[in-house]
Ligand binder design. Sequence first.
Ligand code: OGA
Ligand code: NI
Length: 361
Amino acid sequence: MSRLQSWPEPIIRVHELSESGIKKIPENFVKLPSDRPSEMTTLSSSHVDNIPLIDLENLKSSDESIRDETMEIISKACREWGFFQVVNHGVSHELMANARGVWREFFHLPLDEKQKFANSPITYEGYGSRLGVVKGAKLDWCDYFFLHYLPEKLKDENKWPSLPISCRQIIAEYGQEVMRLCKRLTKILSINLGLNEDYLHTKFGGDNERGACLRVNFYPKCPQPDLTLGLSPHSDPGGMTLLLPDTDVTGLQVRRGDDWITVKPVPNAFIVNMGDQIQVLSNAIYKSIEHRVIVNSAKERASLAFFYNPGGDILIKPADELVTEDWPALYLPMTFNEYRAFIRTKGPCGKSQVESLKSPR
Ligand code: OGA
Ligand code: NI
């Protein structure tokens, strides 16, 4: 796939656009009528349904039936929702609050300060405002910052924000704790799939090769929220995502059949979702579910999306143990680097990519 060296059009910083006091959003943010948050969405935001909530402390219960039941709730959430929230996950609540705090401060810095970290489509690392390099594409109402934690060879703290002053240290500590939780979750998922508990960890490349990156999304107030989206429908290309959203404002919506369910975030919880690589490794027993973000005119919103991924050069294919005569391998092998090039070129496109990986039957 061709590698673009620069963005196809001048970059518009959404926060600055929002702060300028415009009453109408520019044409490039106006989605086609079929892609706008619809009346249906407004209805489902009052929908009582929510993604499953899991208390990880229950896995440490002395009562075996509580442990088994919790494993089963997680298994069902992975199979039927692809999304769940976890509490009592072991990550310090203070650290979570500090991480959200420094990032909010970063996005409120003067533009020149943020521009020092402006990104390009070659690696996406840094401060960005679009996904994909298709000229004339409709844009999402979001600025973001993207950085690598792992593998070690991709980690470069000099590419992380230098302000606020505590930012790099807090990002580092946050990554360490969240990575520990991710490793624990991959064990739980492996066991639930009937695999060796280290299966997913090993397939991701183990401690030395596995990847981890952070995308901090900042969704400014939008004067015409019905015409645009903060993030277009997509499934996450990587392994597993741990999202830390603001809790006083909603925005994330998860596809459930023909409906979009608005997630109501629980304080101090992480929202966990399966990415495309887990869909492939589990041979579609677990699915990466499409999701999107809506914006509003009253409140800005920020979220920290932590992506836990296989190493870029490892061939990812359905686990042999999960391939049978009745349930043959559904996907062709591909490395995560090859896979990721797609969203980096085309931007968010629903589930079209993982579908295109289907092996001929
Ligand atoms: C993402 C994502 C959701 C949100 O960054 O991939 O889906 O609520 N974010 O910001
Ligand atoms: Ni996502």
